[in-house]
Design a binder for this molecule. Structure first.
Ligand code: NAP
Ligand code: MG
Length: 470
């Protein structure tokens, strides 16, 4: 077990103000693998002051130079890719193959995309007799979750730095080791002191202190809707900018003309990967009533291939969920699904392994739109199949939750799928299994959030405008 005692503030590892620590648990074997300091308001204050002090210099650094630092950071991440994957697997429990392919690789792509954007974005526009300057917002307070521990940090840090902002990150208590590794990489990349700062700690203590700090100009939060609502209120009270990436309950709409087998297989993979802990996962599969029974069979067969096992084994396809609390939450939903009349086709509340926070890959059939398991974010390897009568019915069901983060449409031809996607109240739709694009804006309609991450839209969140009239 490794006991870490520092936080990365003002370009160096400094001891925490208090003595409390947070244990980091390997969810696959329930053993404590490390402890990190539990930061307090005092640590947050030191970090925000460092970011404030570094802001004028960083904001004045030419964008091309900022791009150079981001490129160095991307290269530092690429050089330690395997260590990133191993760290994510150790504290999150994602299968090592998925950690390499997604948890380590995606942030490298995103950092690279912002190196390019910093170099190419004009930061100045003309509008009639005005010149509009796009200037950095200031000091950013970033609060991130555990489900994509590096991606969610990089999706905030890279655009913030590209824009000329400085930043303080408070990572999730379950995944601070990936965040610490990222801070080491920032250091290796040679970023000026204070531009990036890391304070580990608990949400209601360090997270809240960061959201409330007067020296923070923009709070960027990813996590649950409950906490996001509070952070939005706090920021509103202080007339501070806020970006919220919250939950989802996305619909995977399979139209009758689609390749059913492929749509179901990809849909199941989408939900089971990362043990279902993906905010944009398509957790509701909508199938025409004539094809419903066949889809249920196909989904059950596909889900059974996600055998739970040690995430360090190359062959394991399903790791544990992140914590005992998360496992219990997911199980609670499984029990509720049964109680409300949904049918377990495979999986269910029983644990597939004796040790580790595992949840069986579960497929529910006969799910109706008003059931809790069709409305609330479960965040576990659980898929709900709903039947629809016609396209209007499918649209009503797809749009019938408080969320609107992502979704998918499958049809015989793209135009048919796109026509349906245009009517969906959601921020992202994959057409016939579209591929991940690090430049595509990501964020929610409705209660899935405020603001966008990734690409140019993710950059402009960190900019404010100043108009000069001539
Ligand atoms: P969460 O509590 O919202 O955690 C997200 C981040 O906010 C963490 O860094 C957390 O710190 C921090 N936080 C918690 N309370 C805070 C407060 N009062 N002020 C400021 N920051 C605070 O989410 P969770 O408890 O980890 O997960 C609960 C559920 O949220 C999941 O089951 C899932 O449904 C949803 N979720 C969604 C996403 C997403 O990407 N949309 C990600 C994660 C979870 P701590 O780590 O110390 O709590
Ligand atoms: Mg929490």
């Amino acid at each position: 077990m490794q006991a870490y005692d520092g936080m990365y503030i003002d370009g160096q590892w400094r001891p925490a103000a208090g003595a409390d620590t947070i244990p980091v648990v390997d969810p696959a074997d329930e053993q404590i693998i490390a402890t990190v300091p539990a930061g307090t308001a005092q640590d947050v204050d030191a970090a925000v002051r460092a970011a404030r002090a570094a802001f004028p210099g960083w904001a004045a650094t030419p964008p091309a130079e900022r791009a150079g630092y981001l490129r160095a950071l991307r290269d530092a991440m690429a050089a330690r890719k395997e260590e990133i994957a191993e760290t994510v697997t150790a504290e999150l429990g994602a299968p090592i193959g998925f950690s390499r392919l997604v948890h380590a690789a995606a942030p490298i792509l995103v950092a690279g995309s912002y190196a390019d954007l910093a170099a190419s974005y004009p930061f100045e526009e003309k509008a009639g007799n005005s010149t509009v300057l796009l200037e950095p917002v200031g000091v950013v307070g970033a609060i991130t979750p555990w489900n994509y521990p590096l991606h969610q940090i990089v999706a905030k840090v890279a655009p913030a730095l590209a824009a000329g902002c400085t930043i303080v990150v408070k990572p999730a208590e379950h995944t601070p080791l990936t965040a610490r590794l990222f801070a080491e990489l920032v250091h290796e990349a040679g970023l000026p002191a204070g531009v990036f700062n890391l304070v580990t700690g608990l949400g209601p203590v360090a997270g809240q202190a960061l959201a409330e700090h007067e020296g923070v100009d923009l709070v960027s939060f990813t996590g649950s809707t409950a906490v996001g609502r509070r952070i939005g209120a706090t920021a509103g009270g202080a007339v501070k900018r806020v970006a919220l990436e919250l939950g989802g309950k996305s619909a995977n709409v399979i139209l009758p003309s689609a390749d059913l087998a492929r749509a179901v297989r990809v849909g199941v993979a989408n939900v089971m990967s990362n043990s279902g802990q993906t905010c944009s996962a398509w957790t509701r599969m909508l199938v025409h009533t004539d094809q419903y029974d066949e889809a249920v069979e196909l989904a059950a067969t596909a889900a059974r291939k996600y055998v739970a096992g040690d995430p360090r084994e190359e062959t394991s396809r399903l790791g544990p969920v992140v914590s005992a609390g998360q496992r219990d939450r997911v199980r609670g939903y499984l029990e509720q699904g049964v109680a409300q009349g949904a049918k377990v086709v495979t999986g269910g509340p029983e644990a597939p392994l004796a040790t580790g926070y595992y949840v069986a890959p579960t497929v529910f059939a006969e799910v109706t739109p008003e059931m809790t398991i069709a409305q609330e974010e479960i965040f576990g390897p659980v898929l709900a199949l709903l039947r629809y009568e016609d396209e209007e019915d499918a649209l009503r069901i797809a749009n019938g939750t408080v969320y609107g983060l992502a979704g998918a449409v499958w049809a015989g031809d793209e135009a048919e799928a796109v026509a349906f996607a245009r009517r969906m109240d959601t921020g992202q739709v994959d057409i016939n299994g579209g591929r991940f694009n690090p430049l595509a804006p990501f964020g929610g309609y409705k209660q899935s959030g405020v603001g966008r991450e990734l690409g140019v839209h993710g950059l402009t969140e960190y900019l404010q405008t100043k108009s000069l009239q001539f």
